[in-house]
Design a protein around this ligand. Structure first.
Ligand code: CTP
Ligand code: CA
Length: 221
């Protein structure tokens, strides 16, 4: 059934969301990854769609299904994620929840790395990945509202404030990952904006998503 306009405050808006980990190839069978499950990012995409937004979700490899009513693009590496986000622009808002690998292996092997008797382990030097959030925050087609996450284990709000300025985004959702947050069901976050910090109580990730989607709708109204 068609919802009343008040329930669809994001009708006509396009929002890009990133979610999940990235996988950075070492060789054809190995990669570097992290513990992100996509639970928070996928919930944000679904919550935005529930408010009427057209949502493009760019996700790294996760085991969860694509959210209903959302255009989902599957990528593996940080470089692929950046290309997919740029291709999805223009957008009214963008939410960067993905746990992007900070580094990738400098020289991806085209064949599987092999052990040989007496041979030292491969050194695997790393190189920096592009910063997707910082790139889009300074993009010619920058969305009006750019939101980053900050995964921190200590001095959460202080680090998030610095990150907001350094990355050039509007809001940072600061995420205390000192407990079982990565892959867990609940999240304790602080919303850091230009005007201050809001401490949200610990709540299910779906509720964090709904609250954030409502705030995005208010801000774009
Ligand atoms: N991010 C990104 N591209 C990267 C690294 C991070 O888009 N290559 C985004 C994340 O999606 C998140 C925000 O930047 O929205 C902050 O990520 P985080 O890992 O907390 O910050 P970093 O700048 O990578 O700093 P560090 O990991 O050293 O704390
Ligand atoms: Ca990082």
């Amino acid at each position: 059934a068609q919802l009343a306009p008040a329930a669809q405050p994001l009708a006509g808006r396009h929002v890009v969301v990133t979610s999940g980990p990235t996988h950075e190839p070492i060789d054809p069978v190995r990669y570097i990854a992290n513990r992100a499950s996509g639970r928070q990012g996928h919930a944000i995409a679904a919550a935005l769609a529930a408010l009427g937004a057209r949502v493009t979700l760019v996700t790294g490899p996760v085991t969860r299904p694509d959210p209903a009513g959302v255009t989902t693009i599957h990528i593996e590496s940080a470089r692929e994620m950046l290309a997919a986000v740029e291709a999805a622009l223009p957008a009214d808002a963008a939410v960067f929840n993905a746990a992007v690998a900070d580094w990738r292996v400098a020289h991806e092997a085209t064949q599987k790395l092999k052990k040989e008797p007496g041979k030292a382990p491969p050194p695997l030097p790393l190189t920096l990945n592009p910063d997707i959030l910082a790139t889009i925050a300074r993009h010619a087609a920058r969305p009006r509202l750019v939101i980053g996450f900050a995964a921190e284990t200590e001095r959460v709000v202080e680090h998030a404030r610095e990150k907001r300025l350094r990355k050039g985004c509007d809001w940072i959702v600061a995420n205390d990952v000192s407990g079982d947050v990565m892959g867990g069901a609940e999240n304790t976050v602080h919303l850091v904006t230009a005007t201050g910090v809001e401490d949200w109580p610990r709540m299910p990730k779906e509720q964090v998503a709904a609250k954030l989607a409502a705030r995005i709708a208010e801000s774009l109204a």
